[in-house]
Write a protein that binds this ligand. Structure first.
Ligand SMILES: [Zn+2]
Length: 423
């Protein structure tokens, strides 16, 4: 193509950018589809952790693209609406133009009829004039040919001078009368011609207006065609984007399913006994699980209290995820809660301090993975506490169980197996 208008170039640019976006979207879809995912073993492996990270990253990419698609769709829909409105306005305008054209065509038809009428009238008037004129001319010629005779006759036949004058006057008057009729006829012809000229001027004016209106109609029709093309193009884009949106919804569901499966697997407690959350030398329980008197009132103690030196390290009883790491107003002071999966949780209360690195990670991610035996804080007496000790609690599915039955300070076999709670 050697010649393109600016509009065409703009439209081509738009086509091009849209095509490019579509190719990029397909490439993205391709990378998303070829995601490795294996969930063969029961245990949550390193490989699973990698798969979970990858799936989360891809879900993020999917959601980003979905946001882009939504905004593109919104943009195109708005554009389409305004183009449809513009088209409707033009269609209304073209209807108005057409009705104006119809009126003018009717006026032109009338003017043509009137012009024909006037032409006929003119022809008739001219014919009558010519007829009268030729008769007049021949009468004069006759009078002239017999001129002398007539003159003599007029004079000789006159009885007297006065009579002669009357006769002579009569001839002259007759000629005047003819002249007058001819002048009237000429006036009539001129009058008809002036009306005819008016009609022609009016006719020309109406034809000019008709030409303008026809040009306007042509331009409006062309604009409507342009708008229709634009609307079709936008509609096609919208359809493509919607198709892509559906594909991404499908991918989103797929990756959410993968993530949930991996998370379910991750949430499963890997097994094994819990460990004593302090150094084994801190083995005494100052307040056991069950009913006790607290400030003179009966109180059910859902934990065990293990006295220890301030600052003694507190250990994670098993692998898990810290899901709470901060101050609590419910009496626990500085509190840590670990989710071990399979609805098993441990609570650690009244700590003097947190581990800064864990605190940092928890603030960033809202959770921190810990291994059995990791230091998760330091013994203290924060919250409702009368001395340095660790308040340690074990929960399964929201119900507290006596930790003394499931953990021993020296790591010897406890009375009960934590796995019995799960199974
Ligand atoms: Zn306690």
């Amino acid at each position: 193509m050697l010649f393109t208008t600016e509009k065409q170039q703009m439209s081509m640019k738009k086509h091009f950018s849209f095509a490019l976006a579509a190719v990029l979207a397909l490439a993205l879809i391709a990378t998303l589809i070829s995601s490795p995912f294996t969930a063969d073993s029961e245990e949550f492996t390193q490989e699973d952790a990698a798969s979970l990270d990858a799936a989360r990253e891809k879900l993020e990419q999917i959601n980003e693209r979905q946001a882009e698609l939504s905004s593109s769709l919104k943009k195109y829909s708005n554009e389409k609406n305004s183009e449809v409105k513009a088209k409707q306005t033009l269609e209304q305008q073209i209807t108005e133009t057409e009705s104006k054209i119809e009126t003018i065509e009717w006026i032109i038809d009338n003017l043509e009829a009137r012009l024909e009428e006037k032409n006929a009238e003119l022809e008739q008037a001219q014919q009558e004039y010519e007829d009268y004129h030729s008769k007049y001319v021949s009468r004069i010629r006759e009078n002239y040919e017999m001129g002398t005779t007539t003159y003599l006759e007029v004079i000789i036949m006159s009885e007297n001078f006065s009579d002669m004058l009357t006769r002579y006057d009569y001839i002259r008057d007759m000629m005047d009368y003819d002249n007058q009729i001819l002048v009237t006829m000429c006036d009539n012809i001129a009058f008809i011609e002036s009306i005819r000229a008016e009609i022609i001027a009016d006719y020309n004016e109406q034809q000019e207006m008709l030409a303008l209106l026809s040009a306007e109609k042509t331009s409006q029709a062309a604009q409507i065609v342009d708008l229709k093309d634009r609307i079709d193009y936008i509609s096609k884009n919208i359809a493509q984007l919607q198709e892509e949106q559906e594909e991404f919804e499908r991918l989103e569901a797929e990756f959410e399913k993968q993530i949930n499966e991996l998370l379910d697997k991750k949430k499963k407690y890997a097994g094994g006994a819990f460990m004593w959350p302090l150094e084994s030398k801190y083995s005494r329980i100052s307040s056991g699980f069950g009913w006790r008197k607290l400030y003179g009132k009966d109180d059910f103690h859902y934990a065990i209290d293990i006295p220890a030196d301030k600052g003694a390290p507190v250990y994670a009883a098993a692998d898990g995820t810290i899901i709470y790491y901060g101050w609590t107003n419910t009496g626990g002071g500085n509190k840590c809660v670990i989710d071990h999966g399979s609805k098993l949780m441990t609570h650690y209360n009244h700590m003097s301090a947190f581990v800064p690195e864990l605190q940092k990670q928890f603030k960033e991610n809202g959770s921190v993975e810990v291994k059995k035996g990791d230091v998760i804080g330091y013994v203290g007496s924060t919250g409702n506490s009368t001395g340095n000790h660790l308040d340690f609690k074990i929960l399964y599915d929201g119900t507290a169980y006596n930790p003394a039955l499931y953990v021993t300070p020296d790591g010897s076999k406890p009375e009960k197996d934590i796995m019995d709670l799960i199974n």
